[in-house]
Design a protein around this ligand. Structure first.
Ligand code: TXA
Ligand code: MG
Length: 325
């Protein structure tokens, strides 16, 4: 009988580490999967027109097959290869926010394989603003399907080391860049409906979207009349430790194996503490902090809540998901 351990071993590959976008792109062009930095989080990419390569992403991440991937482009011309129609709302958003931390959902073209979009007839498209990402995507010379480069359910990776921790020996290459600037995943806007709907909050704020496309609204999960973001159903962003959201550290709290992250220093003592200078700083560092806590065997992470304005909307969304994960 074949031992299960042997079949796991057969999946293992040698993961190349490189800072050369050209070298990393070579793996994409030969059907491999590559982690690369963007300004939001690190992504795990494959040539979107190669279904076998895209399948490797789902396998490496242990991602549920019903969760669609975002297509990353290095060139605006590539949008035409991916989308069947371009509503005016999407054209305006692309003009203003590409390259940047915005994903636009459009009706997909017949060229995009079903596996990349989990069978949906729509596709999320984004052009990252990060310089290394752009160089890499241009070298790939094809749109690159990429989810965040973590094992499904774990916090998104904001450093190449976090990618390595989750995916070493499971992917062909890691393009080593700087820690990501924003630290939270892109804003996702569904432009197949009118008005467009924000499916996931991110660094491109609702008020900024509305300045370009007035009437843009936020999708509410209880509204069943419109399509929703399938990924939001799944467990997300969760460290192994329990996450508790607090305005301030409670008078009675569990000190043993506890950690705290927030904007204000708590009155009490906590072993592992991270005080952030601003909401942006909090967003940038929270996923790496979750990972550090897991590595240190922390069992309980107190996260200070922030006002839900500006990037605080996206940060609170991720903290709530981590707390319910
Ligand atoms: O910032 C980001 O968006 C990062 C970097 C790597 O670009 N990517 C990322 O991908 O966060 P992922 O797969 O972890 O999250 C993509 C989200 C999921 O919630 C997914 O369900 C949703 O976008 N999504 C993708 N395609 C969609 C579509 N056609 N319709 C609705 N939602 C879609
Ligand atoms: Mg993800």
């Amino acid at each position: 009988m074949r031992s299960p351990r042997l079949s796991v071993k057969l999946l293992l590959v040698n993961t190349e580490l490189t800072d050369s976008p050209k070298a990393a792109a070579r793996f994409i062009r030969s059907g491999g999967i590559v982690a690369f930095p963007t300004e939001t989080v690190y992504g795990l990419g494959a040539d979107i027109f190669d279904p076998a390569a895209v399948a490797k992403i789902f396998e490496a991440k242990r991602r549920p097959a019903d969760n669609p991937l975002i297509a990353h482009v290095g060139d605006l011309d590539q949008v035409e290869q991916l989308a069947r129609e371009m509503p005016t709302s999407a054209a305006r958003l692309i003009e203003v926010f590409f390259p940047g931390p915005l994903t636009v959902v459009l009706k997909k073209s017949g060229r995009v394989p079903a596996i990349a979009t989990a069978g949906l007839n729509t596709i999320g498209i984004r052009m990252p603003g990060n310089k290394l990402a752009n160089e890499f995507l241009r070298e790939c010379a094809t749109p690159v399907a990429a989810p965040s480069a973590n094992i499904s359910g774990r916090p998104s990776p904001t450093t190449w080391r976090a990618v390595f921790e989750d995916l070493d020996s499971r992917i062909d290459c890691i393009l080593q860049g700087e820690p990501t600037d924003i630290g939270l995943e892109s804003t996702v806007v569904d432009c197949t409906v009118d008005p467009p709907l924000v499916l996931r909050s991110g660094a491109v704020l609702l008020e900024s979207l509305r300045k370009v496309v007035p009437g843009t609204a936020v999708y509410r999960a209880n509204d069943t009349s419109v399509p929703r973001s399938p990924g939001m159903r799944h467990k997300h962003y969760a460290p192994r430790a329990d996450v508790l959201l607090v305005e301030k550290l409670p008078d009675a709290y569990e000190l043993e194996n506890a950690a705290y992250i927030g904007l204000e220093r708590p009155a009490g003592e906590v072993g592992s503490l991270l005080i952030c200078g601003s909401i942006e700083d909090y967003a940038r560092r929270v996923f790496a902090f979750f990972r550090d806590c897991d590595n240190e065997g922390i069992e309980r992470i107190y996260c200070q809540t922030v006002p839900e304005a500006g990037l605080g909307v996206a940060l609170m969304d991720r903290l709530r998901r981590a707390a319910s994960g």
